[in-house]
Design a protein around this ligand. Structure first.
Ligand code: FAD
Length: 239
């Protein structure tokens, strides 16, 4: 059943053979890969899986990837991968993988970073750190949830903003190197966080921060300085 946190450790530890069914370009360096996964137990937005590639000679490489899609009953999951320079696994996906290819997946993992949609969510991400946050946003929309959700996403330039077409009024992009005309250029600051904190939703925000180690540290410092309780900041580091 999708949307459940309680997939047992045993279920999540089973390797399943997934078939790549679709590849969608998001930005010049980032694509989304859709997989059919037989008997996928369902996930909660924010969770990730472990993906394993096995070569004919038995050599195996495995990496963690956040699930980008919202939970649903389709038997599919979507992952969004940045093409890391000289990256073994992301390089294979971006240059070799074709629909019909099979890989192995195990999960879902990490109940800590999961958001079932039950409390106000303040999401803060950078680069591909937006991927698990997008699963939350899509879930929020798909279920028509009324609980507040805000997304702050930091990216170098507009052309690198993953999922740009999907964002609405809930999202504030922050551009660190170049920005559309009339939009400021620079790091995420207290000025980005303050208006969201001032909304003071009932029960307070649960903050989810995702990105590199340095971004996660910077964003969580901003949140704490703005009054977010430290124990209500959940961090996922991709670095
Ligand atoms: C919980 C979790 C969730 C993740 N979710 C995603 C996701 O949704 N999308 C996504 O694209 N990645 C995600 N990652 C990162 C992913 O697991 C891999 O680290 C990444 O794809 C690089 O693997 P690779 O085999 O291509 O590169 P490797 O062959 O492992 O590394 C190649 C070179 O790139 C450097 N490098 C490795 N990773 C990065 C990086 N992230 N940025 C810059 N340089 C790097 C290495 O130091 C090395 O020099 C996640 C990581 C974690 C821990």
């Amino acid at each position: 059943m999708p949307g459940r946190i309680g997939v047992s450790a045993r279920t999540a530890s089973v390797w399943r053979t997934a078939t790549l069914t679709e590849i969608r370009r998001e930005t010049p360096r980032v694509s989304t890969f859709r997989f059919a996964v037989p008997d996928w137990p369902g996930h909660v937005p924010g969770q990730h899986l472990v993906l394993r590639l096995v070569a004919e000679d038995g050599y195996a490489a495995q990496r963690h990837y956040s699930i980008a899609s919202a939970p649903d009953d389709s038997g599919h999951v979507e992952l969004t991968l940045d093409h890391v320079e000289d990256g073994e696994v992301s390089g294979w996906f971006h240059t070799v993988a074709r629909p019909g290819d099979r890989i192995e997946v195990r999960g879902p993992l990490s109940g800590f970073f999961a958001w079932p949609g039950d409390r106000p969510a303040l999401l803060v991400g950078a680069g591909s750190g937006v991927v698990p946050l997008m699963s939350m946003l899509r879930h929020h929309r798909a279920r028509g949830l009324t609980v507040p959700l805000r997304l702050l996403v930091s990216v170098r330039r507009p052309g690198e903003l993953i999922y740009a077409r999907e964002f609405g009024a809930e999202t504030t992009p922050v551009f660190t190197r170049s920005a559309p005309e009339g939009v400021a250029v620079g790091r995420m600051t207290a000025a980005h966080v303050a208006p969201i904190m001032a909304e003071r939703p009932s029960g307070g925000w649960e903050a989810y921060v995702c990105g590199s180690n340095s971004f996660a540290e910077h964003a969580s410092r901003l949140l704490v300085a703005a009054g977010q309780p430290v124990e209500r900041i959940r961090i996922e580091r991709f670095g």
